[in-house]
Design a protein around this ligand. Structure first.
Ligand code: G3P
Length: 218
């Protein structure tokens, strides 16, 4: 399973890149707005730090506008993935960009039917939002299970399942159990993956016993 980080905070990305766990980055217009910086500058900086796929989202709502923006974003760096909304216009643009050899991420996916049409449009990634489905009382993971099963039925579908809107380590574990290709994690959730209270407690006990021996390994 690949790990992407879901942020446009370049300081966070630099720090997390050092963990060796980062396979890529996803951004969206809200995250870029939060950074307070110009989108092209942020994306260029992220692409220079992380060699893996970096999603940059269009904001036009018609396919011609999306294509213009997508082509502009794609020339910022070779690892830019153009992110498009899961609308009829978005999928039209996705098909053209895919045919041009640009990587695409179709986002705001909330149903298995939407995931099917994203795969038919040749999306490199589809981003189902599990947390936002949970928020409205639905089961986000059920959607991941459906998409993984459907894509497995059709080997011609090359689209990877990129689980987005992740809120907790359990989302990551459950997505991994289902065989989803990628999880995009907010930095805080990525850090939570390392933690367990019994690890901290056990380490404290080991170190305290070790101190009593008066030894040092080197
Ligand atoms: O980047 C898309 C997605 O991960 C957003 O998550 O937490 O705003 O629902 P969230």
């Amino acid at each position: 399973m690949k790990f992407f980080v879901d942020t446009a905070d370049t300081a966070e990305i630099r720090e997390l890149a050092g963990s060796g766990l980062l396979d890529g980055v996803t951004t969206n217009p809200s995250l870029i707005a939060k950074s307070g910086r110009k989108m092209a500058d942020v994306i260029a900086e992220i692409c220079a730090v992380v060699p893996g796929p970096v999603s940059a989202e269009v904001t036009a709502t018609d396919s011609a506008g999306m294509l213009k923006e997508g082509r502009y974003l794609a020339q910022i760096a070779g690892n830019v993935v153009v992110k498009l909304p899961l609308t009829q216009e978005g999928l039209k643009a996705c098909k053209v960009l895919t045919d041009e050899g640009t990587q695409t991420n179709v986002t705001l996916c909330f149903s298995a039917a939407q995931a099917i049409v994203a795969a038919k449009a040749g999306a490199t990634y589809v981003s189902p939002f599990v947390g936002r489905l949970d928020d409205i009382g639905q089961d986000g993971m059920e959607l991941i299970a459906d998409i993984v099963q459907i894509y497995a039925n059709f080997p011609a579908f090359q689209t990877e399942v990129l689980v987005a809107s992740i809120r907790s380590p359990m989302h990551v574990v459950n997505a991994a159990k289902l065989g989803a290709d990628v999880c995009t994690l907010p930095p805080a959730v990525l850090r939570q993956l390392f933690n367990h209270p019994l690890t901290d407690k056990g380490l404290d006990a080991f170190l305290s016993d070790w101190k009593k021996t008066g030894q040092s390994i080197l």
